[in-house]
Write a protein that binds this ligand. Structure first.
Ligand code: URA
Length: 292
């Protein structure tokens, strides 16, 4: 099957998938008889104006001067060097407690139970449900988002609201669905009002998500949005700068660094349709990587 993805067949299947994705995303009406080469236009387009979206899944403004589409996509072989994960728990007793608990979990069920019993994060008190993960724990691909929203909090499952529906369509456009991925978040509880998670909440819950990744041991990690990137890689350059660039992440408990692809958060894509072009490039990079 992998071989068939190469050459003309790969191009044909990419074109069909792009068409399907465009229709899914609502581009189902022709506005001109002539096609527009938007990749050529990108070279002359000005950088996007700064945005300071408030509330859920706001992307950071660190890379505002980067023109859309300006960065070349590195291949997996060009991935940046391994970046060891570390977030000191000194001075953060809740994070130290989470790290100790996480280390005792030898299975996903044990990890879920450990998180459910953890009282070191106040979000647990305001949330309706713990949101652990959804999908296939044996999947090759693991996706990490930011934090549950209202729908996820109600359902106890990640990405079931509007951004989850977009995520499903994005996965579908490259032939994936939830039986082929495992989805989780940096935070297992909803921040009240969908506010941006605090540094302290992230540091406290990080040992759990790192253990989650180690227990699943996927082949590929996809980081959805700036919060997941910042939390897991420590990088703060802004999602526009890092998206689409493969990295190798060292996860404690895993023998080898994990290939990791940062991309936009679906909630950001819902607000920023222009960014869907880059998200599509990231999806193709993911599909290509899967075929190797
Ligand atoms: N956004 C996220 O980051 N995670 C969810 O589960 C839902 C929305």
């Amino acid at each position: 099957m992998q071989d068939a993805l190469f050459g003309a067949e790969a191009e044909r299947s990419a074109a069909l998938a792009l068409l399907a994705l465009q229709i899914e995303w609502g581009a189902d009406e022709g506005l001109s008889d002539l096609g527009i080469d938007r990749f050529a236009l990108a070279e002359t387009e000005p950088a996007l104006p700064p945005q300071h979206p408030a509330g859920e899944h706001a992307e950071p403004s660190g890379a505002m001067a980067i023109a859309v589409g300006a960065a070349p996509l590195p291949t997996p072989a060009q991935a940046s060097p391994t970046r060891a994960l570390s977030r000191p728990t000194a001075g953060r007793p809740a994070a130290a407690q989470a790290a100790a608990l996480a280390a005792t979990a030898g299975t996903l069920a044990e990890l879920r139970a450990a998180i459910a019993g953890f009282e070191g994060c106040a979000l647990r008190d305001t949330a309706t449900n713990l949101v652990f993960s959804d999908g296939n724990p044996e999947a090759r691909i693991m996706l990490v988002g930011e934090a549950p929203g209202a729908d996820e909090d109600r359902a106890g499952l990640p990405f079931v609201g509007a951004s989850g529906q977009l995520l499903d369509r994005m996965l579908g456009s490259i032939g994936l669905d939830r039986s082929r991925v495992l989805i989780t978040n940096i935070l297992p509880w909803r921040p009240p009002g969908n506010r941006t998670p605090t540094e302290n909440e992230i540091a406290t819950c990080l040992p759990f998500v790192m253990r989650h990744i180690a227990l699943v041991a996927p082949d590929i990690l996809v980081l959805l949005g700036a919060t997941a990137v910042r939390a897991l890689t420590g990088q703060t350059q802004g999602i526009r700068r890092v998206r689409g660039r493969w990295q190798a992440l060292a996860i404690p408990g895993l023998a080898a660094p994990l290939p990791c692809l940062p991309t936009y958060h679906p909630a950001y894509l819902l607000r920023t349709p222009l960014a869907k072009r880059e998200a599509w490039a990231d999806l193709l990079a993911l599909r290509e990587r899967l075929a190797t």
